[in-house]
Design a protein around this ligand. Structure first.
Ligand code: ATP
Ligand code: MG
Length: 588
């Protein structure tokens, strides 16, 4: 490839909506251009990198025994109605209607299609196990598309679906995908951590998420220093706190103090935790938030400390429902008998189908909470004395997000930001039962297939790699997914001797099968160096008048500051060696 013929529109400035480094650099280096909110065109260099990632993913998937197919992105809405996910996916799913009024969706994922395919084709245990995958565009109407290709509305996903006859089979298929993912991310040059994850609307019994730790990530990884536990924030469990508003250390005996009886205080128009704290000169951690949720056909009261946040996933598990959402204003007023902002646990037990109390609330020695009376709060509330911690419809459970200072299994929890690049799920029979993917076992008994599903965000791999590896001058690619491996910068294009020497090295590298770009543009050498650094090509050969006078050219790695001079005639060989050694480091 000759730079002079390539479409590489590098720019000095990134637009203001490019908030993070990778997004800015992808635009500046001419990899992508925005089309509309959350949709991007991949220009030649960006697309070359994506294709390299796709090739790695494809190779490892095939090696792991999965088979590639392609299913339509436009999927019948009725399949999504059958699994109930047309509701569960909510507004994230793009819908359309054809001229006959028939509904379709633009696939945000493809469990329904793959399971329906299996339902039609798989009859016997002899056809199992089978693992099918595709690499194709997916569509999600993200609430807030941002960070360029990291959270976009159209992106390329590799999604695989395994079908097994029994639980051991599923374990094996899951493990094969888990291992393939480790190889894929290593080969793409990504540092990653694997965390336990929530199954969310996907459903199923277990899941792991592959996350690239970095500051700009939207996910939070929660882990213990010894590596014995790692989960994402949605999933991370916490130990119950020691008794006493979390103020005493574990193991310290709590000195029993006589708490005076409850006392109502007038708190006119102060409903929020912050406002109440300011008004009563107290702290959020000494308050109880009582939140009323709608779950199934009843209302549920959920109690967390004022400084904690309810985790809806944990709450729904504690209640045993799939979905919870905050109740509407009339329901809250009916349950509490007060305006929104003054709910408390005292005396509302009969008005809710369940009361779920976070461990940390149960551990409070004393607290302030809403009085179930408009404009009033109650002081000196002692959990267990003033409202029950046990009972038929009462449960104490872990229903909040972990925070700094929490422990799990007695070990301190640490927090790190990260980007989710892939996730694997054990789905079990959720989809196969609903869509009739059944087979006859050895005894002729009909059983639903056990399924797993496995997703990788191709574009996120690209963006994460840039996010992890860059400097003030631009991108620093891992060689395996760089748009080109080597650039030859001809520093004095106008000088025929220099241009010929550069051409010579170029031809040798092409012959050696190296992915090489010759910068033959008739522009100043300095501008070429700037572009090479911005684009981030791992190896640069500079052919310039001065060094060539001594028969030498310069070789420099993008990741290093030092360059070295080698005789022009041995440059190609030297660079082939370098390419191989950089690749070697990312081999599995
Ligand atoms: P997130 O929690 O970040 O929204 P998700 O858990 O909903 O992602 P999955 O359904 O697990 O995503 O999809 C598989 C993979 O597809 C993800 O691991 C991620 O790499 C990628 N992906 C998901 N949503 C997007 C998006 N909006 N833009 C780009 N890639 C995405
Ligand atoms: Mg996910």
């Amino acid at each position: 490839m000759r730079y002079s013929r390539m479409f590489i529109p590098t720019v000095k400035e990134a637009p203001a909506d490019a908030e993070i480094t990778s997004h800015r650099l992808m635009i500046r280096a001419g990899l992508i251009r925005k089309v509309a909110s959350g949709t991007y065109t991949y220009l030649p260099l960006g697309w070359r990198s994506l294709l390299k990632i796709i090739a790695i993913v494809r190779e490892e998937m095939n090696k792991a025994g999965a088979q590639e197919i392609l299913v339509p992105s436009m999927q019948p809405l009725e399949l999504w109605d059958k699994t109930g996910r047309s509701t569960d996916y909510g507004p994230t799913m793009f819908r359309l209607e054809d001229r006959h009024g028939k509904g379709s969706v633009l696939g945000p994922t493809a469990e329904e299609i793959f399971t329906t395919l299996a339902a039609g084709e798989i009859k016997s245990y002899k056809q199992l196990p089978v693992n099918l995958y595709q690499i194709s565009p997916k569509f999600r109407d993200e609430f807030r598309p941002r960070f360029g290709p990291i959270r976009s509305r159209e992106f390329i996903m590799k999604d695989a679906y395994s079908f097994d006859a029994d639980a051991q089979g599923l374990d094996k298929s899951y493990r094969a995908m888990y291992d393939a993912y480790c190889r894929i991310f290593k080969r793409c040059g990504l540092e990653y951590v694997i965390v336990q994850a929530e199954v969310g609307e996907m459903g199923g019994s277990g899941s792991h998420q592959f996350t690239v730790p970095c500051e700009s990530g939207e996910d939070t990884i929660v882990y213990t220093e010894d590596g014995s536990y790692a989960a994402n924030l949605e999933r991370a469990a916490v130990d119950p706190l020691p008794k006493g508003n979390g103020r005493c250390l574990a193991g310290t005996p709590v000195v029993p103090v006589e708490i005076p009886p409850m006392q109502e205080v007038h708190t006119p128009n102060v409903g929020s935790i912050e406002a109440v704290c300011a008004f009563l000169k107290t702290q959020p951690k000494d308050m109880i938030k009582t939140l009323i949720y709608a779950a199934g056909d009843g209302a549920v009261a959920a109690l967390v400390r004022g400084d904690h946040e309810i985790n809806n996933e944990k709450l729904s598990q504690a209640i045993g429902t799939k979905h919870v959402e905050l109740a509407d204003q009339p329901t809250i007023e009916k349950v509490t008998g007060a305006k929104v902002g003054f709910a408390g646990p005292m005396g509302i037990g009969d008005n809710v189908s369940k009361m779920v109390i976070d461990h940390a609330v149960a551990a409070m020695a004393v607290s302030i909470t809403g009085a179930n009376k408009t404009d009033y709060h109650t002081k000196n509330v002692v959990p267990g004395r003033d409202f029950p911690l046990q009972g038929q419809n009462i449960a104490v459970a872990d229903i909040r997000y972990a925070v700094k200072g929490d422990t799990y299994n007695g070990k301190k929890l640490l927090f790190k930001k990260g980007i989710e690049v892939g996730q694997v799920f054990k789905l079990g029979t959720k989809y196969s039962e609903k869509l009739g993917a059944k087979f006859l076992d050895e005894n002729g008994t009909e059983k639903p297939c056990l399924m797993g599903c496995y997703g990788i965000g191709i574009n996120r791999i690209l963006a994460s790699a840039i996010e992890l590896s860059n400097d003030d001058n631009g991108i620093i690619w891992p060689i395996t997914i760089a748009p080109v491996e080597v650039i030859i910068t001809c520093a004095n294009q106008e000088d025929d001797r220099v241009a010929d020497a550069a051409e010579n090295v170029y031809q040798q590298l092409l012959a050696a099968g190296i992915d090489v770009l010759l910068d033959d543009r008739p522009i100043h050498g300095g501008a070429k160096f700037k572009d090479a650094d911005l684009i981030g090509i791992p190896i640069r050969i500079t052919v310039g008048k001065k060094s060539l006078a001594e028969g030498k050219v310069e070789i420099k790695l993008r990741a290093e500051s030092q360059s070295r001079r080698v005789p022009a005639e041995s440059a190609a060989n030297k660079v082939v060696e370098l390419v191989n050694s950089l690749k070697q480091k990312l081999q599995v």
